[in-house]
Write a protein that binds this ligand. Structure first.
Ligand code: NAD
Length: 512
């Protein structure tokens, strides 16, 4: 089937209908959505007004006041049901992700699997929101910490993980006793509508089981940056988890700090891998190819910089270049496609600009050209680009959200580490080596300065069990697994006196 013959609007209508989204929610509005697969319009959504957004945030706050009183394991039951509903909807929602973002089918399905996984994690967590009991210096006293719900949590998400990011935040926030208000990317609001419909079904089942839950526990605000700004500035939102570009985070972080609200910032990455002399080159080739070309280079964890030891450069780079020249590019809905389209024309133009800049710095570019333009003039498919650079200069230090891999040669491990860390971003990283000293050094305090540091796997494709996020201009936020839940709660330290005297700490006397 050629791109020109695909009727994606009809397919989207059928999927949304099956998932329970009403046609009035995605037709007749002002926000046009296009599938990057063909460039065709697949929806026109009514947008939230500023007044409507403020009203919705107020209602979410009221919902929080009620939900915080529900015992945490009972809150977990709602997320268990959400996990069940997501399992039932996996095929349909996964395909919708592929259509709206342009990811290959296994990645669309993988995104929904990630939502299911975080629900499972959050259900267990709902019985583990515990604090410490701490030794006190005062006799007949007990000191402990308790964790309490925070409020209506704002979630701002990017186009490239249109629904998983919501679930990482929402599943935890809700078991922690909060309500959520979600402003999805204006490029991918249809998957958000579908997710909200799935959540509503879980909520209906929860109430049918005899539990009570407030109506506005999970709210969706459709709109652009201005609606996001309302969420960021609203006094009833104590925490905003914002995922997107560093430029967005710079503004959002500042505005939140100004009103002393909390933030979880999940921003751009410029992820690297080091290929050491002892690396298993077959494994490295596969790891690098997936991390650099997968999702058409549109993951925050995409591999963008590769440092190859001079002794293995000639054994690896020509093979890698061959893979770049032969990778299957096309409709992500077709079996066998590995690289789908870029999200839009602007992304294509930024890629071309970065390649020009790389050339002017002495880079040797292979690939990068537009393909399939004859089949779909409004879609932007590119051959992933591999660029051999003489040094880490110019565009190599920026995140260009497209499949460009800059390859550089190194001679000593220390040099490779220095180059690795010498960029403003700090999300994900990896080393391919069978030298135990190098592997351990890479994950040690003097190794990678990123939030994620891997050995013998690429930097992309995280699991939900670990905390996810990065350092420096990546924003410092952590979400998903480990103890990331603590960011969605407030900690109170309690000291209880069960004696008959009142000793003061540090030996202070105050006898009246
Ligand atoms: P983007 O910054 O253009 O938009 C992200 C979201 O922020 C959208 O919902 C947008 O409407 C909103 N927004 C933009 N400006 C805002 C403002 N001033 N106030 C409130 N909301 C605002 O990003 P994008 O193009 O959708 O996504 C790609 C970027 O996201 C890349 O840089 C990528 O690395 C990053 N990303 C990071 C992670 C991570 O976990 N670190 C995950 C996915 C994507």
């Amino acid at each position: 089937m050629t791109l020109a013959t695909l009727d994606l609007a009809a397919e989207v209508k059928a999927i949304l209908g099956d998932l329970g989204v009403k046609a009035e929610n995605y037709t007749g509005g002002t926000l046009a959505v296009r599938s990057p697969i063909t460039g065709a319009e697949i929806g026109k959504l009514p947008e939230e007004t500023p007044a409507g957004a403020r009203q919705a945030i107020k209602a979410a706050h009221e919902a929080f006041l009620e939900w915080r009183l529900v015992p945490a394991p009972k809150r977990g039951e709602l997320i268990r049901l959400l996990g069940e509903e997501l399992r039932a909807a996996k095929t349909a929602l996964g395909r919708l992700v592929s259509i709206e973002v342009g990811k290959v089918i296994s990645e669309g399905l993988g995104e929904v699997q990630e939502m299911i996984d975080i629900c499972d994690f959050a259900v267990g967590l709902s019985r583990q929101l515990y604090g410490l009991t701490i030794a006190t210096e005062r006799a007949d006293h007990r000191m402990m910490e308790t964790w309490h719900p925070l409020g209506a949590i704002g979630i701002i998400s990017a186009f490239n993980f249109p629904v998983a990011v919501w679930s990482w935040n929402a599943a935890l926030a809700i078991v922690c006793g909060n309500s959520t208000v979600w402003k999805p990317s204006e490029k991918t609001p249809l998957t958000a509508l579908a997710t909200q419909a799935i959540f509503d079904r879980a909520l209906t089942r929860y109430v049918a089981e005899g539990y009570s839950a407030p109506k506005n526990l999970s709210t969706l605000l459709i709109g652009g940056r201005e609606i996001g700004e309302i969420l960021v500035d609203h006094k009833k939102v104590p925490l905003v988890s914002a995922t997107g570009s560093t430029a967005m985070g710079r503004t959002v972080g500042l505005r939140l700090a100004q009103r002393f609200a909390r933030s979880i910032l999940e921003l751009g990455g410029n992820n690297a891998a080091i290929v050491a002399p002892t690396a298993d080159l077959d494994l490295t080739l596969r790891g690098v190819a997936f991390a650099a070309m997968g999702t058409a280079g549109q993951r925050c964890t995409t591999l963008r910089r590769l440092f190859v030891h001079e002794s293995v450069y000639d054994a690896l780079v020509p093979r890698l270049t061959k893979a770049y020249l032969s990778v299957t590019i096309g409709s992500p809905l077709e079996n066998g496609t590995l690289v789908g389209p870029l999200i839009d024309k602007a992304a294509y133009e930024k890629m071309q600009k970065a390649l020009e800049a790389a050339k002017s710095e002495g880079g040797k570019v292979t690939g990068g050209e537009r393909v399939l333009g004859n089949e779909a003039a409004d879609a932007y498919y590119v051959r992933p680009a591999i660029v051999e650079m003489p040094a880490q200069t110019g565009p190599v230090k920026d995140e260009t959200f497209a499949p460009i891999l800059y390859v550089m040669k190194y001679s000593s491990f220390e040099e490779a580490l220095d180059l690795h860390n010498d960029v403003p971003q700090g999300l994900s990283s990896s080393i391919f080596t069978n030298d135990m000293r190098e592997a351990e050094t890479f994950v040690s305090a003097r190794g990678s300065d990123c939030g994620i540091a891997n050995v013998n796997i690429g930097p992309s494709g995280a699991e939900i069990g670990g905390a996810f996020g990065g350092e420096k201009e990546t924003g410092g936020g952590r979400e998903s697994g480990s103890d990331a839940w603590k960011a969605y709660m407030r900690r109170a330290t309690n000291t209880l006196n069960y004696g008959r005297t009142l000793p003061l700490a540090q030996g202070v006397k105050f006898d009246i």
